[in-house]
Design a protein around this ligand. Sequence first.
Ligand SMILES: NC(=O)c1ccc[n+]([C@@H]2O[C@H](COP(=O)([O-])OP(=O)(O)OC[C@H]3O[C@@H](n4cnc5c(N)ncnc54)[C@H](OP(=O)(O)O)[C@@H]3O)[C@@H](O)[C@H]2O)c1
Length: 382
Amino acid sequence: MRPEQHAKMAAEMKQRLKVEELEENIDELEDVVEDVFPILILTVFVAVLLLIIFLIRLYLRWFAPNPSKNRMDGKTVLITGGTSGIGKCTAIELAKRNARVLIAGREKAKVEAVARNIRKKTGNQHVNALVLDLGNLRSIQEFAEDFRKDEKYLHVLINNAAYMGPLSKTDDGLERSFGVNYLGHFYLTYLLSDKLKKNAPSRIINVVSDSYKQGELDLDDLAMNKGYSVYSAYTRSKLAQVMFNLECHKRYIGNCVWSFAAHPGPTATDLLRNYPGMWGNALRLVSRIMFKPPEDGCQTLVYLAVADGLREFSGKLFTDCKAVKTNEKVKANKELSSRLWNVSAHLCGFEGDALMPEDEPEATPNAEEAGEATAEEEKKSQ
Ligand SMILES: NC(=O)c1ccc[n+]([C@@H]2O[C@H](COP(=O)([O-])OP(=O)(O)OC[C@H]3O[C@@H](n4cnc5c(N)ncnc54)[C@H](OP(=O)(O)O)[C@@H]3O)[C@@H](O)[C@H]2O)c1
């Protein structure tokens, strides 16, 4: 073989070896891609999922901070369910603004500990504990009697306490969500309405939930014999509260008592503590991770308690410190709101239009604020 032929063959051999090596590398690469591909897909999937969760969390936790810096010197606020969650944070915020804050809770030791804690935290010594079980009409009556005797003023009543959980009855035999969330507050408000009128302009704040839109109210089936679910009982009670808010507006605005409904938005509290089963565990986990803290959830309540210029918004539903439209279903069903009032009055043992026995006049309405309220509001309430 000639040397040139030899060199040519050697070059060809080298070329072939390179191609084989390249083919081997490509095969190896294909194996690696085959192994890594599912992990890559999984990583992308997890990243997209986390991004979606993050965006939903951002959306759910969004809140509008209360723009009012008003103080509450000389004002008395009564808040139900002030021992935890949104109610407790509202009490703290109002105590910081120097209000006299009365926290009503059903366990004496618990509510006293909370009041003590708030006094220490805010330096406001006018934070007191009162015992009230909204699931017991007798307890509400005794509470109101003592309150009317012992307390000179009431400028803001915040109907905040709530129950959400499995089928259970109040001491008076009513379905518990309806009994505590709505009827207890109905009775309390009625019994304290004379105090509110005497301290006018005063405010009633009914803490509701956007879920009222899913609520169905059948006045002929208050026991929910046709079917009970935790959610349907809760949304029904919130729908009743929204209707109650409209009725309060209609009945009390002539006395310069303004009524507002407040939706705090999804807030990480103990509200779901009684929600049963796996679904309850999942909801509690989601609420801890995704919902806003109660310090943010209480902003609309605080706004409604302290802000100026709310007179013309009486009867409205607020969320994120802004009035929002109430569902057409509620607005169109004024007759149901009025029937609900009468049925509730009957359940509490009085007639729908019964008036409260008048006490001695105790406080003169702030002339300036009351003045802006009178004539126009009386016209509106007709
Ligand atoms: N969290 C949310 O995402 C959310 C969303 C929309 C609306 N809301 C509304 O916000 C309000 C406050 O709820 P939250 O989330 O702060 O719940 P929470 O932490 O469970 O507070 C509920 C309060 O109600 C009290 N309560 C329950 N049953 C009572 C009874 N029979 N008598 C007197 N007090 C009673 C509880 O007192 P105890 O400590 O004695 O049980 C507790 O202080 C409720 O009206 C709720 O419907 C909440």
